[in-house]
Design a protein around this ligand. Structure first.
Ligand code: HMN
Length: 294
């Protein structure tokens, strides 16, 4: 459990124009994260990987490529959650055979599942997959809002080791940390890293760490060593970057920057129905790149 702590990039996946996975580009992004961002691990198959737009075989392909490229150089967490629980279990077994360090599962979404249904979903996955599981809570995208009682029940399941907490509710985060000292809590909003680390999270998982990993590590370390002034300065600069990225289109802009960073001459497409980057967005992405990353 302790071993899983750290800073993880939520791996972005480049696609070809026809929607297939750009394997060469993906390998380059993984190398960039390991060799230049100095990241502790990768969160594969998350929102940032456009995972919920993919088929099962494509998810497997991405899990395989990530393991093959990263080997044991960094930690790997696979997001296998799906509203199709049979697929989630199959993917969980698949990545466990590939020796992923842990699995993570998004709360089941689309239908408005009640707390018992969410609980049974995790119970069934953990009873069938022999790996540690990190709950992926992202109410903004799933509409599934869990309270302290829901977490308490879930954390009693033997294989559940923590939560990736993508929410701006810092009251709940404080309560969770205080109550569940043995569970791992990963912060999910990169722009709120300072308050998350101040609340003693065990790590963070985010999309912007793919390109802003070095500064994010500095923020993490500065809060840890009680240098709040320094941490805030870097967070302020980081948030100038993040808000520019969000204004210009999150995935389009991050992919553009990654394409520049890894010197790929092939465009890193998004998966439909996600929109492709426009000429105007490209220009702004270039400005953002020059100003904050290069
Ligand atoms: C994932 O599952 O891929 C990510 O870890 C999700 C992650 O928490 C991101 N959240 C969303 O995109 C909603 C953040 O990294 C986010 O992109 C960033 O904080 C900018 O808002």
């Amino acid at each position: 459990r302790e071993d899983l702590k750290g800073l993880y990039s939520a791996l972005l996946v480049p696609f070809n124009e026809d929607g297939s996975v750009n394997e060469e580009g993906l390998r380059k992004i993984i190398r960039h994260n390991i060799d230049r961002m100095n990241i502790d691990g990768l969160y594969v198959g998350g929102s940032s990987g456009e995972n919920f737009l993919l088929g099962k075989e494509e998810k497997k392909q991405i899990f395989e490529i990530a393991k093959d490229e990263a080997k044991d150089q960094i930690k790997l967490i696979a997001q296998i959650g799906s509203s199709n629980i049979y697929e989630a279990i199959e993917l969980g077994k698949f990545v466990t055979d590939l020796a992923y360090d842990a699995i993570s599962a998004v709360t089941p979404f689309y239908y408005r599942f009640n707390a018992d249904e969410v609980y049974n979903y995790y119970k069934e996955i953990t009873e069938n997959v022999e790996n540690d599981l990190i709950i992926y809570s992202i109410p903004l995208l799933t509409g599934v809002d869990m309270g302290i009682k829901d977490f308490e029940r879930l954390f009693k399941l033997p294989r559940i080791v923590g939560v990736k907490y993508t929410s701006a509710d810092f009251y709940l985060l404080e309560r969770l940390r205080k109550t569940f000292k043995q569970q791992l809590i990963f912060s999910g909003f990169d722009e709120m890293l300072v308050p998350a680390v101040a609340n003693n999270v065990d790590g963070a998982i985010g999309s912007t760490y793919n390109v802003n990993g070095i500064r994010s590590r500095q923020i993490f370390d500065a809060v840890k060593s009680n240098d709040l002034q320094k941490a805030l300065e870097i967070q302020n600069l980081t948030n100038d970057f993040i808000s520019a990225v969000l204004n210009n289109g999150l995935y389009q802009t991050l992919k553009y920057i990654l394409q520049r960073e890894v010197k790929s001459d092939k465009q890193f497409y998004s998966r439909k129905p996600m929109a492709q980057i426009t000429e105007e967005q490209k220009q702004e992405a270039e400005n953002i790149y020059q100003k904050f990353i290069k």
